[in-house]
Ligand binder design. Structure first.
Ligand code: PBG
Length: 347
């Protein structure tokens, strides 16, 4: 018996599903899509990380971070004015020190004339409404590139001695006018010790944004080039595995965030962001404190590199990467895209 075959086009023309739910109804037009949009980015979501250098050099672009420059204090102040006008509420300042100023103990971190403190004073004076954050960690200051001072055996970072120094560093930053100190070192007990030190010095109003779940990531390379800790350590891949979190660990990250909250952190941060969306969501669900996420240098570099090769569209992927971080539960995002995002979002 010969079977006659219907042409394929005819078959699909007649095919009908008996569906009650057709989710595509709400994606049909631009206005419907806008009405059901769940996550919206705004300029106030962003904190702009900025790199500062001493002297009068013209802005130097960081090779692995297109569009990101090391700025002298005058240029930094100008940049902060622009960011403020664009509606970006905060900046995080990172100093790049002359290698000659670094030593084993990170002594320059405790100088009242430290570059970052002079930068803070200048920005506060020029744009007082802008919120200023500074890292509390020794890595821009040490000749070995670690976030703290080393043990006598020089085989690890000395936790308690480092925490003692970080408390003093935070007080100096508060004195200079910082609104939020941001311990990024991952030592045990540092949030409680810094809170105590700030309060004892009368800075009860200075907040702490804790780098709570900070992972031992391979994606920090471009940042280490930017602040010169890579040059100091002789590698961009210095392992910080004895203090930063193992990227494999989710429970431990939550435990760290809860410890920081208990010790008095005002804001809990997850870092990196895009590779750790599960951790952002987890932290969002265990705390009632605001949650921050840091889209780090390597995340920024990846998007730029692929865009340069013509493999990804920069504007789309930039937006999508940040939207995902907010959707995961971040209330605020540190990102090197802060300025351009604010400009785009304002239209
Ligand atoms: C150092 C610090 C790092 C970053 C912020 N503060 C790098 C590190 O721990 O080595 C990373 C930021 C980035 O990669 O954009 N305490």
């Amino acid at each position: 018996m010969k079977c006659s075959r219907l042409p394929v086009t005819n078959m699909s023309a007649n095919f009908k599903l008996d569906l009650i739910h057709r989710p595509r109804r709400l994606r049909r037009t631009a206005s419907l899509r806008a009405m059901v949009e769940e996550t919206v980015l705004r300029p106030a979501d962003f904190i702009a990380p900025l790199f500062v250098v001493d002297g009068k050099p013209a802005p130097v672009e960081i090779k692995s971070m297109p569009g990101v420059y090391r700025l002298n204090i005058a240029d930094l102040v100008r940049e902060c004015r622009v960011l403020h006008k664009l509606g970006v509420p905060a900046v995080a300042l990172f100093p790049k020190l002359d290698p000659g100023l670094k030593d084993d103990e990170g002594t320059m971190a405790l100088s009242e004339e430290a570059l970052v403190l002079r930068a803070v004073r200048a920005v506060k004076k020029a744009v007082p409404e802008l919120t200023i954050l500074t890292d509390v960690a020794l890595d821009p200051y040490t000749s070995h590139g670690h976030d703290g001072v080393l043990t006598p055996e020089r085989d690890d970072v000395d936790n308690d001695r480092t925490v003692g120094l970080l408390g003093q560093m935070a007080v100096l930053q508060a004195q200079a006018g910082v609104d939020l100190v941001a311990p990024s070192d991952m030592m045990d007990g540092r949030i409680g010790a810094i809170r105590k030190a700030l309060d004892a010095a009368g800075f009860t109003g200075t907040g702490i944004m804790a780098y709570s779940a900070k992972f031992n990531s391979g994606y920090y390379g471009p940042f280490r080039e930017a602040v010169g800790s890579a040059q100091a350590a002789g590698t961009r891949l210095l392992s910080k595995a004895t203090y930063q979190l193992n990227p494999a660990n989710r429970r431990e990250a939550i435990a760290e965030a809860l410890l920081d909250e208990a010790e008095g952190a005002d804001i809990l941060m997850v870092k990196p962001a895009g590779l750790y969306l599960d951790i952002i969501r987890d932290v969002r669900e265990v705390t009632r404190k605001p949650v921050a996420a840091y889209q780090i240098s390597g995340e920024y570099a990846q998007i730029h590199a692929a865009a340069r090769l013509g493999w990804l569209d920069l504007a789309r992927c930039r937006h999508e990467s940040l939207l995902a971080i907010k959707r995961a539960g971040a209330d605020m995002i540190l990102s090197y895209f802060a300025k351009e995002m604010a400009a785009v979002l304002r239209g």
